[in-house]
Design a protein around this ligand. Structure first.
Ligand code: PA5
Length: 462
């Protein structure tokens, strides 16, 4: 069996450990509630064990669609926001060549993201890119009404129709949305766009294993089957009453987070050591922020990119307000087996070069792999932050690839579900996000929101 996600309390006080240990039976009860759909928000627990329960046939249809259509495009544009884009972005950023945009050619079809902001610059520049490419657009929105992706999609749809005509534009558009409800579903029906479903019982931030994540990633050539297998390997350890492997680790981690909360910790920093993991951190921030942060409760999720941030926020971590916990996300083999110009998986390494002179005083590092130095930075930071009274945890995966990213998705979703339930909040709603969405509709003058719009404008003094 392949090694999956491991969890370790690296440097944690005995009090925190014993408080967490005492919570284990309650946490296992929460896990059981997630498994059986009897938790708060139980109608949204369809993500739990999704690969085994429903995921494989859905993945078959995604892959079949991609096989039939992978000949006419050389750019994938994903239009979505929040849970409707963050997972696909996490994987594509983690596993793509960091300088693909500047390379003369790339072995992979680039995937770019729109609709997660309202920057006119971004959309104008995206149209510039489209002019030089053969794009396909995957618009993703569970509600089908979220303003940012809806606006971006209208811009892209108009562009495609103008450039290719309605019929060819329709071939280049694929919709992922609710099975029945929402403006996007209605549009897909009207225009005969190919459409994939976001299941009723899976919310945006828990949907990466559904076509929300798998379709754009498969279109761009990522191994979504391996991603699903990785997730399945974690869920396998959670199927029984007594969790095993990564499942048991998820329970342990959730208990430690709750014990830390009870001890006054209010911020969790997820620390990663490669810029290609920034997208994963963003996915994680949304998952925990939207799931736990309600009713005046919840640990605030923050990202930390090593070594960059060690030279900026590192000071605060070391010595600022002691209300932090820090989790290091570590990959034992972090060098992605990715060749920029060919479809091979050559293992590549880079060491500090030997030189005759030692004027830069780096002679003692000659021959050491850069990634080994990076791992040493992680260890140094763990020790330093522990000395600064920050409880330090480590989530560790054997290598950075689709399989282990899938395993991490399942692992973090489960930790998040249990953590929120231990805290006493419904992990699956997001009333705060809905508040902002309603205000935006009202202020933009969406029909049906006139009274709210007038009241809000008065408050703004406009
Ligand atoms: O997790 C969630 O449910 C939200 O963050 C949504 O993903 C986000 O608001 C986008 O919503 P929609 O997919 O309906 O456009």
């Amino acid at each position: 069996m392949r090694k999956s996600v491991q969890f370790e309390c690296r440097f944690v006080s005995d009090e925190l450990r014993s408080a967490a240990a005492a919570m284990q039976p309650t946490a296992i009860g929460c896990l059981d509630a997630l498994r059986t759909g009897r938790s708060a928000g139980g109608e949204w627990t369809g993500w739990f064990d999704y690969p085994a329960r429903r995921g494989w046939p859905v993945l078959d249809s995604v892959e079949q669609f991609v096989r039939k259509n992978d000949t006419f495009f050389d750019l994938v544009i994903v239009t979505g926001i929040g849970g409707s884009y963050a997972g696909a972005r996490a994987v594509s950023e983690a596993l793509s060549h960091a300088f693909a945009h500047a390379m003369p050619r790339s072995s992979r079809i680039p995937v770019v993201f729109a609709g997660h902001n309202l920057s006119e610059n971004s959309l104008l520049e995206l149209l510039d890119l489209c002019d030089r490419r053969q794009p396909v657009v995957n618009v993703i929105s569970k509600s089908g009404t979220t303003t940012e992706p809806a606006v971006a999609f209208r811009v892209l749809r108009s562009y495609l129709e103008k450039r290719f005509g309605e019929r060819e534009a329709a071939r280049r558009i694929v919709v992922t949305t609710d099975a029945k409800k929402g403006a996007l579903r209605a549009l897909a029906r009207e225009k005969s766009y190919r459409a994939f479903e976001i299941p009723d019982d899976i919310g945006g931030r828990f949907s990466v294993l559904t076509p929300v994540g798998t379709l754009p990633l498969a279109l761009a050539g990522f191994d979504v089957r391996a991603m699903m297998e990785g997730a399945d390997s974690v869920f396998a350890g959670l199927r029984e009453a007594t969790p095993a492997g990564a499942g048991a680790a998820a329970v342990e981690y959730a208990c430690l987070r709750k014990a830390a909360w009870d001890a006054g910790k209010r911020i969790e920093v997820l620390s990663v050591a490669d810029p290609r993991l920034s997208g994963y951190v963003e996915w994680w921030k949304q998952l925990f922020g939207e799931s736990e942060g309600k009713g005046g409760l919840g640990i605030f999720p923050a990202g930390f990119l090593s070594t960059t941030d060690l030279h900026s926020m590192g000071q605060y971590l070391q010595d600022g307000v002691r209300n932090l916990i820090e989790t290091f996300l570590v990959f034992e083999k972090a060098v992605v087996p990715l060749a920029p110009l060919a479809q091979d998986t050559v293992e590549r390494r880079l060491a500090v070069p030997a030189q005759n002179a030692n004027s830069d005083e780096l002679g003692y590092l000659e021959g050491r792999h850069i990634d080994d130095l990076n791992m040493t930075v992680t260890q140094s930071a763990q020790l330093a932050h522990a000395d600064g009274n920050v409880p330090v945890f480590e989530v560790r995966a054997p290598r950075l690839d689709e399989y282990h990213l899938g395993a991490l998705f399942a692992f973090h979703e489960t930790v998040c579900g249990i953590s929120a339930l231990l805290l006493g909040v419904n992990p699956f709603d997001q009333p705060g996000v809905e508040d902002y969405k309603r205000n935006l509709f009202a202020l933009l003058g969406k029909p049906g929101h006139e009274a709210a719009g007038a009241a809000l404008r008065k408050r703004l003094g406009r």
